[in-house]
Design a protein around this ligand. Structure first.
Ligand SMILES: O=C(O)CCC(=O)C(=O)O
Ligand SMILES: [Fe+2]
Length: 291
């Protein structure tokens, strides 16, 4: 089973040493740490964001940067944006304190990245195959290289109509890598500098980022793999919060609407067992440093 479940129902909570140990092992081994009773409550003035087409948006995700207090991907009246911002700021703070309490070993090195709100139904959405998150994939993003850092994400289903967020969860990372790494041609020296110069990437794309991006694309492009790969369906009901290393756990989001998400980056050195990271797995397969 790909889930490790906790029954906690409050965000500012204390965990026992045993709970912390169980959680970090499960997470690093590629399980989803799941809180089926950890709901995120919306205030009365925030409820309007849960109406299907309230936000006439061009991008499907609304993102918030707690460090700069910037909101992206939405046009609306100023006063409503203030409410949306405070909702996202609160989610960013709650998830940060949850991760600190559950994974104290990570605290010193943890980097908080963007917060997102996903109000669009995902089933039936039309996108290019590379952007199609209904296909199994591990996370890797074109514009934002991570240089080996882990991508840790917290999700909460805030659907008001009792609709689950339905995921497929695929095989362990080592098996994904065995299947797809042989199909990846390594990056040519010099290209990373050009991509950065052209602002296609925000920072230098390491060999690790190059490989992960190609694994991501090749997984999504391979329709027979999508069907044949070992996988299970997981329903995340409203009021559920889950934590997962999305660079490691093969996942696909099949249906659902109204989701909150917080991303963090974590240097591999901060892990309890860094040999489980995609960076170290790929490095040991290729017998060379990748970041
Ligand atoms: O929206 C979702 O449920 C998950 C989509 C996804 O693949 C991700 O956030 O990494
Ligand atoms: Fe993803």
């Amino acid at each position: 089973m790909s889930l490790n479940t906790f029954s906690h129902s409050t965000w500012q909570t204390n965990f026992s040493n045993l709970e912390q140990q169980t959680a970090i092992e499960a997470l690093e081994q590629g399980k989803i740490v799941c809180f089926p009773q950890l709901a995120f409550e919306l205030l009365a003035e925030e409820q309007l964001f849960l109406q299907p087409d309230y936000l006439s948006i061009k991008t499907k995700n609304i993102s918030f940067n707690i460090n700069s207090d910037e909101l992206k991907g939405v046009e609306s009246e100023e006063v409503k944006l203030t409410h949306l911002k405070s909702l996202l700021r609160r989610y960013a703070q709650y998830t940060h304190s949850l991760i600190n309490a559950l994974f104290p070993e990570y605290s010193a090195e943890l980097i908080q990245a963007r917060t997102s709100f996903r109000p669009a139904e995902i089933a039936g959405r039309k996108t290019s195959y590379r952007k199609d998150d209904t296909r199994l994939h591990v996370d890797s993003f074109t514009a934002t290289p991570v240089q080996g850092k882990r991508i840790l994400r917290v999700f909460t289903n805030v659907n008001p109509n009792n609709a689950a967020r339905v995921w497929r969860v695929g095989e362990p990372f080592a098996e994904v890598a065995q299947q797809f790494l042989p199909k990846v041609r390594l990056a040519v020296p010099g290209v990373a500098g050009i991509l950065k110069l052209l602002r296609i990437t925000k920072t230098l794309r390491s060999q690790y980022d190059h490989i992960m991006l190609h694994i991501h694309d090749k997984m999504k492009a391979d329709l027979s793999y999508q069907v044949a790969a070992k996988q299970e369906k997981v329903d995340f009901w409203p009021g559920t919060t889950w934590v997962v290393f999305t660079d490691q756990v093969s996942h696909a989001a099949m249906s659902g609407q109204f989701l909150l998400e917080q991303s963090f980056y974590l240097p591999v050195e901060a892990m309890h067992d860094q040999s489980l990271s995609p960076l170290r797995v790929l490095e040991s397969m290729l017998k060379r440093k990748l970041a």
